[in-house]
Structures are given as structure tokens and as C-alpha cells.
Design a protein around this ligand. Structure first.
Ligand SMILES: [Zn+2]
Length: 488
């Protein structure tokens, strides 16, 4: 395998979070009854005229700003001509020579890589360069059955942002890290939900292999429409081995497009260069060019740009969080929002303690990619209250976990659960002193051991006091009392 050099470029389609479609006022809504969100424009009826969606253009330019792209002062719209039943006007409106964004790059952080690859990163701190980002419209959705096909035009005309990378990616792991980093940036800016499993982020992979020492790239093989992060990684691995096998046997690879079958874990040929389309791009006469300076100014005037995960992570490290925890908590806006709300509400609790609780206990119960604050039965503030009680010794760590389990199920406040479970720790000095004195009096030999400097004997007393109080004694206070009474 080491005889060959692998080169990968990705084309990512991200659905934008706009309320209406790209060229008409139909709502963008998933899961609606088929063909209920359509109008003459998105059905491609003759004579219907497109109207540009300003929010979609603004979100694309904002994405470009966050990724360090240039936006040319004037951009325009082109028709990509081809016939397909799910696109009835027989052309797709897109941007060819003058897209909204040029250049820029996506930084790959250590924790963007798959977990098992984080220890062996070939190029730490790598930035994958971008070629361009353009805006286009999505097509309808065809569903193929045995003897017929159904068409749903609800998706037709939905704004799609296409992000094209340079062939800078050298491995399946880098492709994974690129998608993770990009997804985090798109989400933090609120421009796309960027969820591959839900289809609002789709990815085509261009992959080529060439023998070491050969300058020109090998034949470009395109893998179409990969729809999960793990599929991208597995498909690249499969395709690298397949192409290496071909080259080993002396076969010539030809430019082609292949489909990934996730169940069988292999790619199959869709078409070769011979049947590539000639799209006959030309400027769309129905749409005027867009002057972008005024839009860029509007974005800048609206306030600071959204904080991308990398800068958020740095800020969290400044609050004392370890790098890994900081990167986990900054990876999605819903998670960082949860953490920051809890921290703001409980300033007495060190941020790092709150962060540990969020990244361990909270993330053990919710899916980091798919949780919504609204779907939780409790608020970040009530979650923070549990951590506060643990910190000030009202309840033990294990009790706190039980309290959280119940809060997660029922949404009841922490104080109510603690009371109902009888978890309140005894922190009344008088009551604790009485318990300790009784134990000391019954165990003079152990007292002597403590006085001789045996720390283990000290712990034994704490254990006895905990037992005598049925686990309710505040262990910190018990240790202090024992120390004071034995050592003076
Ligand atoms: Zn419409």
C-alpha cells in the first residue's frame, strides 16, 4: 500500500437553515406531506420567475467569512442544463464562474479525528484549503419502487451550499476530521444543521491513487452521496484498497463515478467518463447579478461574527478546562449553550467541575449530536444545582449521580429529590461530634495508631462514622472532627 500516494478532495452539500426556498416563498420543512410545499416556481412551470432568497446568500457569505474565503464584489447565477424527472424545469440554478466564496480553508484539530486515530496524526495543525463555496438549489426527491417511482417536490428549490475542497486530504482519517471540523463551524454559525444522518449534509468524495514518484494525479474516481461520517471513512478505505489492487495487477484506472453500498461495505460502478454530461452552463437570464459589498457590510454591522468551535475551546481552556473537555464542550452550540448556562447560574462552582459533570454524567445520557435543550425535562440551571450540592458537601458524588438519574427521568428539582431520597448529609457539628466521640471511646487502640501517624487508621474512623450515620454524615467534616479530637 505504501507504494501509492492517496489524494482526496471533498464536495460537501449543506442545506441552509432558511425558512423559505432559494427562489420562491415556499416553506422549507422536513417531513411534511409530499408535494404540499410547492408553487409554480419550484415546480418549474413555464413563465414562473425566480426571486433570490437574501437570507441564503447572507448565510453563505457568513460561512465564507468564518472559513477565511474571499467574496468577489459581483457574483451571478447560471443554468446547469440536464433532464431528470425530479427537476422539471430541466435545469438547476447554480453558480459556475463567479461563486459567492473563493479560497479559504478548514482547520483540522486533534479531536476532530476519529478517536482511534488521535494518537497518530500525520500532519498536526493541518488546514485543508477550499476551492470555492457556491449556492444552488436542491432537486425534488424520487423514491423508486418495484414497478413505479414517486416524486416529492417539497425539497425542490431548497437552498444548498456546496463547499468544494482542494485535493489536500491524504487519508480517510483526515476526511473524517475535515467533516467534523466543518460541521462544527456550520453549526456554530447556525447556517446549517449539518446532520449527515438526516441528509442535511451530504458528501461526494473524489479519490485518486498514483504510484510514488509519479507527479500527475491518478484517475479521479468519484464516490457519490455518502451520508454518514463512518460511511465516508469506510468508503475511502475500501476504495483505496480496491484501486491499489487494480494498480498492483497492472490494470489502468479510468475516471468514473461509483456508488457506496453501506450494508455490503463496497463500491460499485455507476458510470464512466464516456457518459459524463455536458451541462451547457450559461448565465440565467431571469436573475440579476448580486453586488456583495452591501451584504458583507450588513453582516459586519450586525455585531461580532459567531464564535467557531476552535476559539470557543480556547476560551474554555482559559477558564481552566483541560484541552479535551474544552473541545468536546465547544463542539456543538447546544452543548456549549448548556454548559455556559449552568456555569453562569452557579458561579460558586469551579467551571472545571461543572465541565466534568456535563462531559461525563450529562453526555452519558444524551447524544452529543442530536440533543435539543427544549427536549430536556430540566434546565441547565437545575442540573448545575446538583453539582453545587456535591461541591459544598450536601450530597456525595454517588448520591448526586442518583439525583441526576431521577431528574433526567422526571424533571423534578434537585432539592426535592434529595429530600425524598433522604440524601441530606448530616453537617450538624454537634451531631457529628457525638457520633465520632462514641467511636473513639470504643476503639482506644485505633486512636493510638492515629496518634502514631497512621493515616489509614484515620480513614477507618471516617468509615465507621459514615456507617454509624447510615451514609449521611458529611465525610469531609467527619475527618476534620476526628483529626481535631485525636491529634488536638
Ligand atoms: Zn415554491
Amino acid at each position: 500500500m505504501s507504494k501509492y500516494i492517496l489524494t482526496i478532495g471533498l464536495e460537501v452539500h449543506a442545506q441552509l437553515t432558511t425558512r423559505s426556498k432559494m427562489f420562491c416563498a415556499c416553506p422549507v420543512e422536513y417531513g411534511a406531506e409530499p408535494n404540499t410545499h410547492t408553487c409554480p416556481t419550484c415546480l418549474g412551470l413555464p413563465g414562473a420567475l425566480p426571486v433570490l432568497n437574501a437570507a441564503a446568500i447572507e448565510k453563505t457569505i457568513l460561512t465564507g467569512m468564518l472559513l477565511g474565503c474571499e467574496t468577489p464584489p459581483v457574483v451571478n447565477w447560471d443554468r446547469k442544463n440536464y433532464f431528470y424527472p425530479d427537476m422539471p424545469k430541466n435545469y438547476q440554478i447554480t453558480q459556475m464562474p463567479f461563486p459567492l466564496c473563493l479560497g479559504g480553508g478548514v482547520p483540522l484539530g486533534e479531536f476532530d479525528y476519529p478517536k482511534d486515530a488521535q494518537k497518530s496524526i500525520a500532519n498536526p495543525g493541518k488546514v485543508v484549503r477550499l476551492t470555492r463555496i457556491h449556492l444552488e438549489e436542491d432537486v425534488g426527491k424520487s423514491t423508486h419502487y418495484d414497478k413505479f417511482t414517486t416524486l416529492d417536490f417539497n425539497r425542490a428549490g431548497t437552498p444548498l451550499m456546496e463547499i468544494v475542497s482542494e485535493p489536500d486530504i491524504d487519508s480517510a482519517e483526515e476526511a473524517f476530521a475535515y467533516l467534523t471540523s466543518l460541521r462544527g463551524i456550520l453549526r456554530s454559525a447556525g447556517v446549517s444543521d449539518a446532520d449527515m444522518e438526516k441528509g442535511n449534509l451530504r458528501c461526494d468524495v473524489n479519490i485518486s491513487l498514483r504510484p510514488e514518484g509519479q507527479k500527475e494525479l491518478g484517475a479521479k474516481i468519484e464516490l457519490k452521496n455518502l451520508n454518514s461520517m463512518s460511511a465516508v471513512r469506510r468508503a475511502i478505505k475500501f476504495e483505496t484498497e480496491r484501486q491499489a489492487g487494480c494498480l498492483d495487477r497492472g490494470e489502468k484506472l479510468i475516471q468514473s463515478t461509483r456508488r457506496w453500498d453501506d450494508d455490503r461495505g463496497e463500491t460499485t460502478l455507476m458510470r464512466t467518463k464516456e457518459d459524463a454530461h455536458d451541462y451547457r452552463y450559461f448565465p440565467d437570464p431571469d436573475l440579476l447579478p448580486v453586488h456583495t459589498d452591501v451584504i458583507k457590510k450588513r453582516i459586519r454591522d450586525a455585531g461580532p461574527l459567531p464564535e467557531v468551535p476552535k476559539s470557543k475551546s480556547m476560551r474554555y481552556m482559559g477558564m481552566g478546562l483541560p484541552e479535551y473537555t474544552a473541545s468536546v464542550l465547544s463542539s456543538t452550540p447546544s452543548l456549549s449553550g448548556f454548559f455556559e448556562c449552568a456555569t453562569d447560574a452557579w458561579k460558586q462552582v469551579p467551571a472545571v467541575k461543572m465541565a466534568n459533570w456535563v462531559s461525563n454524567e450529562f453526555l452519558a445520557k444524551v447524544d452529543i449530536d442530536n440533543f435539543a435543550l427544549e427536549s430536556l425535562k430540566f434546565t441547565p440551571t437545575s442540573f448545575g444545582e446538583i453539582v453545587y450540592y456535591t461541591e459544598n458537601g450536601k450530597i456525595s458524588n454517588n448520591q448526586a449521580k442518583e439525583v441526576f438519574a431521577e431528574m433526567f427521568e422526571t424533571g423534578k428539582p434537585a432539592a426535592e429529590i434529595i429530600k425524598a431520597k433522604g440524601f441530606e448529609q448530616v453537617s450538624d457539628t454537634g451531631a457529628l461530634e457525638a457520633i465520632v466521640e462514641k467511636i473513639l471511646a470504643a476503639n482506644p487502640d485505633k486512636v493510638a495508631e492515629v496518634q502514631a501517624g497512621n493515616e489509614k487508621a484515620m480513614n477507618w474512623f471516617t468509615g465507621q462514622a459514615m456507617k454509624a450515620s447510615q451514609g449521611k454524615a458529611n465525610p469531609k467534616m467527619v475527618t476534620e472532627i476526628v483529626r481535631k479530637k485525636v491529634l488536638g
